[in-house]
Design a protein around this ligand. Sequence first.
Ligand code: MOS
Length: 735
Amino acid sequence: MSRRVTLNLGFQGNTRDVTVVIPDDEPTPWQWGERLSVVGKPTPRVDGPLKATGAAHYTYDIELPGMLYGAILRSPRPHARIRNIDLSAAEHLDGVRAVLALEDREIRFAGQEVAAVAAISSDLAADALKLIKVDYEKMPFVVDMDRAMADFAPRVFGSGSNVGRTSTSSVGNVARGLEVAANTIEAAYTTAVQTHVCLETHGAVASFNAARDQLTVWCSTQGVFSVRDDLAVYFSLPPDNVRVVCEFLGGGFGSKFGATPEMIVAARLAGATGVPVKVMLPRGDEHRSTGNRPNSEQKVKLGVDRDGKLTAIDLVQRGSGGIGGGAGSAGPFKSIYRCANIRTEERNIYTNAGPASPMRAPGWPQGCFALELAMDEMARKAGIDRLEFRRRNSDNPVRAAEYEIGARAFGWAEKNSSPKSSGAFKRGVGVASAEWHAVGVPGPEAQVIAHRDGAVEVRVGTQDIGTGTRTILAIVAAEELGLPVDRVKSEIGDTRFLFSVPSGGSLSAPSNTPAVRQAAAHLKDKLFRIAAPILGAEPDDLEASDGFIRVRTNPSRSLAFADVCKRIPGDSISAQGERVANYEGFRTDQAGCQFAEVEVDTETGIVRVTHVVAVHDAGRIIDPLMARSQVNGGILMGIGFALFENRRMDPMLGIMVNPTMDDYKLLGSLDVPRIDVTFFEVANGITNTGVMGLGEVAHVASAAAVACAVYDAIGVPVRSLPITPDRVLAALGRA
Ligand code: MOS
């Protein structure tokens, strides 16, 4: 059974009515302008105190009786065949309980898993690793992308080429678009490999039952259910016999989907020893082996006509994800700006380095950097204001509105036209456009429970990657039940709860909140049926607000929510909700723009970001505090990408030379600029909450805006990230 609902969608000054058909048991979507009591109000992170006091349990904090400590031996060689592994000395070390040789006989990067041990302490496990003797047959290797493309380069994968399949896209005729252009530019841009640097490294604690047919794994993951499914396959167990728990995790950014090697190692060692085993990766392993954002070289051509309209966008790109793929960066070129002639060509180059994994808007920050700096180079050549140039080439009304809001908040007109200082310190400003698609997917189911004491619990098998999922889910349930947020507790991070999707792809908020809202609505109906006879009304005539259940037409006839709960016949009453399929909405994409101001010391080449203004749309904002925190994080990660982060490989040894927190430079607290975030609310429809994800879109434009600001400051583009002092000085030298 279904019903029709008309929604007024869009934004101030640009709305339209859309009639959608929704299932009968789906709550009516919140309308734009509908007065909500807790949604949209700043609510502090409900688990903030637990995190701040150290009471939150991360995987590292899991301690089980009799637990052993596992450690993984990794290849120091970038390419080798293992002739033999001698485990006997390690096996005979006192306190060692199990030693495993892992199956892979061909090593393709320095850091690949070779063997593992379980011992009674982590120090002993580390000692035992040193006793394992591996006889490697050295093989030629290549870690440099350019060298890997050469005809006689060592092959990463046997006889296969190091150059992956070329992926092309084309609309219109780029050659023609360049021919008719009044102005063209052509330049090459490069970005470095960035590692995820999750503050909590990858790790797991695994425990089998005595019969070895029930496996429980506590792990740091973005997807408890995907880990469960992978482990079930690996160990040939029914998925129901595998339980995965992740109460808290310290970041993932795309590197923690599915069962990763350390989880499988922990479970194998647990199976071999009959006791629980914990494996937490050291920082070096985290940098080398658990994923990264591939590097890129992007050759860009742009053409514009006399009116400053793009006539051609051409990208020839290559990138290396080590032994992994997914190095493309064409996304922004294909969709941020309107152009009739667009051609992109992407190639993945294999090298003997750790595998890439998805990383916060995969491909987009590097693509956005090249596209936006090229846009600035073109604007300068064509003599058009950079913001005006972007406006002219965008047909997204949301983005147009955001440019205005951002320009005003940033003071673009004034800052962009103020003369450069004649001194050593040069200020510059830049603007870049973001885009992402985060409307969520069906799949999650939620349970909401009211207890006799009036407490409410939300249970969903999602996990909090750090975005504040517990808080957001509690807010949505509280809104539906007319309660303050502190009456609702969210329980997540356990496959014993109902299914949910991984926390990636900016899926969490738009996929989980509608399921929670539906479950809360169903629970409310049940409570109304308890309250109705007492209030002498029909259930349909009741409403829930301010902690009361009352007769809509006569609010003085009411019962406190907690008093209704006292009449629950058993201990509790619960209801389920599901995330139904997306229905029609306003847009499925998100725009967003970021403005950055930098100060460049032209004597030392040091760049400091002083101010960032971010304007983003993400449908309905559930909690502006959590949302702002997402945007702050996206920007800071982007500044790190722009100025500091660079996984460096030694071409002669084939190893990462900076796998530490000292040598792999991250942004520090003194590098944090003033950040102003504005949310442009768009009534987007699509689900009953109208929420869109924010984690990735907030990161797409950040590095690009900084690079554009550096160009403005020194008058010459630095076309390679990170923009290190030497590169700034070299660019100034060329100028
Ligand atoms: Mo992400 S790269 O969708 O965790």
